[in-house]
Write a protein that binds this ligand. Structure first.
Ligand code: ZN
Length: 88
């Protein structure tokens, strides 16, 4: 199982310009980081905006912190489709 850590209000990474989850431009001096791995060796996998950070906090409040996530249904995500069109 993948362990994900949400690091709220981390110092801003100048290379991160948009939220990985919702594509909102990230500005300011802080951001939220999604880290993957065990505590101590976890690495930043994605930079997200504080609104998405809020949504994750609420998801954990609803479900508890031992959740696994399955995605059902065939929903096109703009980030994954643009990658496909960029390579062709
Ligand atoms: Zn976002």
């Amino acid at each position: 199982m993948t362990l994900v850590t949400l690091h709220r209000l981390a110092p801003a990474d100048p290379n991160a310009t948009t939220c990985r989850l919702c594509d909102t431009p990230i500005s300011g001096t802080t951001q939220d980081d999604l880290l993957v791995g065990q505590p101590g060796v976890a690495e930043v996998r994605a930079v997200i905006c504080t609104r998405c950070g809020d949504a994750l906090v609420r998801l954990v409040e609803v479900c508890g912190n031992q959740l696994s996530v399955l995605i059902k249904g065939d929903v096109l995500v703009s980030g994954t489709t643009s990658k496909k069109s960029a390579s062709s």
